[in-house]
Ligand binder design. Structure first.
Ligand code: ASP
Length: 334
């Protein structure tokens, strides 16, 4: 009989409504009970633990590193781990945990769009599907995944794509790796799983800021990030990875000094490519890292993790570490 561990961190799945708005108040054991009846819970042993009680928009990267340590500890004694988490920053938390995760034990994130006390909650079914996937032999070796609305999505490239709908997540261009519903688990594709990049001894990630691009953007936000000690930058570029003229100029000056800059897109799907003079073509030629289909937020965590690894060490530098990692997960072409 498979042994699973459920780690609860809060989020809408664990909230109830108050006059002030939704608040986290439901513990892991109660969540687990709510999923009974949605799956064959008798065939699996599940240990339920409360790790945090947060709404995920209030979580920090240190909170997620704590979670990653709890995942590591639980992986030593379980066949699968399920994490219940707020949806607002789930794509980042799951990604950061994946940068620390090693081995065959699957780690499965899930949550809900509707609170625990809703008249038609989606949390119990999502949790049951996540447990069912985590207990399956198909899930072994798939690294970290996100289960939502019967779909199993790979962590790389996963995004929240709807503010309210029950089908809230997608991995555009990658698609679900499996389906989990009444008909059982059906594996459609095996995700590319990269080796761990981030040590769990790291307590705090280096500062990396995301610089949004919008009509008429200037370099003020970029300069503010540098003044606050940013050690790397990610631009959430226009289209296939373009930046406004002042931002291009500022990035080129940084790249010239060997400061790491990654280029992601604000579009929401597709690759990054250096197409335009004055924009992405200049940046990539100067050595900026194209982020492939990673969101700007996932790219930020990748760059921060690479910075912890390469600080003052021999071996590949930060940019090369990111490039290799992106190739390994099929985010950029080899
Ligand atoms: N709307 C969020 C959720 O789905 C709140 C949070 O991220 O904690 O859980």
């Amino acid at each position: 009989m498979p042994d699973l561990v459920l780690l609860s961190t809060g989020g809408t799945i664990a909230t109830t409504s108050t006059e002030a708005g939704r608040v986290v108040g439901v513990d892991a054991k109660t969540l687990l009970r709510s999923a009974e009846g949605h799956w064959d819970s008798g065939a699996v042993r599940v240990r339920a633990l409360d790790v945090k009680r947060l709404v995920s928009f209030a979580a920090t990267t240190e909170d997620v590193l704590d979670l990653a340590r709890a995942v590591r500890a639980a992986s030593a004694e379980a066949d699968g781990i399920v994490v219940t988490h707020g949806t607002d920053s789930m794509e980042e938390a799951a990604f950061l945990v994946s940068l620390t995760h090693e081995g065959e034990v699957p780690v499965v994130f899930t949550g809900a769009q509707r609170p625990f006390d809703d008249t038609a909650p989606d949390g119990p079914r999502n949790l049951a599907s996540a447990l069912r996937w985590a207990a399956s032999s198909e899930a072994r070796g798939t690294g970290v995944s996100v289960v939502f609305d019967d779909k199993v999505l790979p962590v790389v490239g996963v995004r929240k794509v709807h503010t309210l709908a029950l089908s809230a997540f997608a991995a555009p261009g990658r698609g679900p790796i499996a389906t989990v519903d009444e008909a059982g688990v059906r594996l459609h594709a095996r995700p590319s799983v990269a080796p761990a990049l981030l040590s769990l001894d790291v307590e705090r990630l280096p500062r990396v800021d995301v610089i949004g691009q919008y009509l008429g953007a200037d370099a003020v936000a970029l300069e503010a990030a540098l003044a606050c000690g940013a050690r790397g930058l990610v631009v959430a570029g226009f289209g296939a990875g373009n930046t406004a003229p002042d931002v291009t100029e500022a990035c080129l000056a940084l790249l010239d000094e060997g400061f790491p800059v990654a280029v992601a897109s604000r579009v929401g799907s597709g690759a990054v490519l250096g197409l335009y003079s004055g924009g992405g073509a200049d940046l990539l030629r100067a050595g900026a890292i194209p982020a492939g289909d990673l969101s700007p937020w996932q790219t930020r965590l990748l760059l921060a993790a690479a910075l912890t690894r390469t600080a003052g060490q021999d071996g590949p530098g930060t940019v090369e570490t990111c490039r290799r990692w992106l190739e390994q997960v099929g985010a950029v072409a080899r």
